[in-house]
Design a protein around this ligand. Structure first.
Ligand SMILES: Nc1nc2c(ncn2[C@@H]2O[C@H](COP(=O)(O)OP(=O)(O)OP(=O)(O)O)[C@@H](O)[C@H]2O)c(=O)[nH]1
Ligand SMILES: [Mg+2]
Length: 256
């Protein structure tokens, strides 16, 4: 399966070595069959991190097959939605069947990416990495108030939007490229939680087949969180806005 992993970064220089080497390990692991050429590419979308994240990734790319590790540099930090939109557009202009999204900070284990892609091979249009289903979990080191916020935010979004999924706020997902193209461009100017909820809701409204794949969420070890209060308050109001102005329905699933 030809897949690309889109990773937004802002000041993640201490995390990208482990990220890229982890993703390179699964490059071989997601062949559809013996004849399928192995292909998991990566595109890092960096908002000109002052810590030199982009330069580090360019340097790391030299150690891998040509075209495997790519870097998109944007001029300034603008939040998650514009970074993802740019990364998704980059991916959709190319010949990928699947687009994975994940954080750079080690919270989303690279070893779980094959399970997300397998869910797509098994017929899903969107696979959500899920912490709050059997087999999934969160790091005991995660601050209790962050976990409480995450659980409450998920419950709130699930009830307001009437969705059956247990992890709506996470950013670890694999998309069939045709579904992603159908909902793109997506996310307006949303940041963090609201962006993640919005894209899954847009897919659900389109009638996409969505499955959840359990994973163990790890707290970031290096670097600083970009979470802040505005992301939470924006999430609360954005969910209500989505409820009253839902994204369009219907997705004409192409024959596969
Ligand atoms: N390009 C870009 N990436 C961003 C921006 N804000 C956050 N990111 C990246 O998006 C991912 C998620 O951000 P985090 O700060 O880890 O947010 P979080 O996971 O909700 O917060 P923590 O649990 O505290 O880590 C990371 O890879 C960040 O580097 C941004 O404005 N631009
Ligand atoms: Mg994080």
């Amino acid at each position: 399966m030809r897949a690309v992993v889109v990773v937004p970064t802002y000041n993640e220089v201490d995390n990208v070595d482990a990220l890229i080497s982890g993703l390179a390990e699964i490059d071989e692991a997601v062949r559809l069959d013996e004849s399928d050429r192995p292909s998991v590419d990566v595109v890092v979308v960096d908002d000109s991190s002052p810590d030199g994240t982009a330069d580090r990734v360019v340097k790391l790319a030299e150690g891998y097959r040509p075209g495997m590790i790519n870097v998109l540099v944007r001029p300034r930090p603008e939040g998650l939605a514009p970074a993802y939109r740019a990364g998704f557009a980059w991916a959709l202009e190319r010949d990928y069947q699947a687009v994975v999204q994940m954080d750079a900070d080690g919270s989303h284990p690279t070893a779980v990416v094959p399970a997300l892609l397998s869910a797509l091979v098994g017929g899903a249009d969107l696979a959500l990495g899920a912490r709050y289903i059997p087999g999934g979990s969160t790091d005991p080191d995660w601050a209790w108030h962050r976990k409480a916020l995450s659980v409450a935010g998920n419950t709130y979004a699930r009830l307001v939007l009437g969705l059956p999924y247990r992890d709506l706020t996470g950013g670890f997902k694999a998309w069939r490229a045709d579904l992603l193209a159908a909902i793109s461009p997506v996310g307006g100017n949303l940041s963090g939680y609201a962006f993640q909820i919005h894209t899954t809701y847009a897919a659900h409204r389109r009638g996409a087949r969505i499955v959840e794949v359990p994973f163990r969420f790890k707290e970031r070890v290096h670097g600083a969180s970009k979470m802040h209060g505005r992301i939470v308050s924006e999430g609360l109001s954005a969910v209500v806005a989505m409820r009253f102005r839902p994204p369009p329905g219907r997705f004409d699933r192409p024959a596969r």
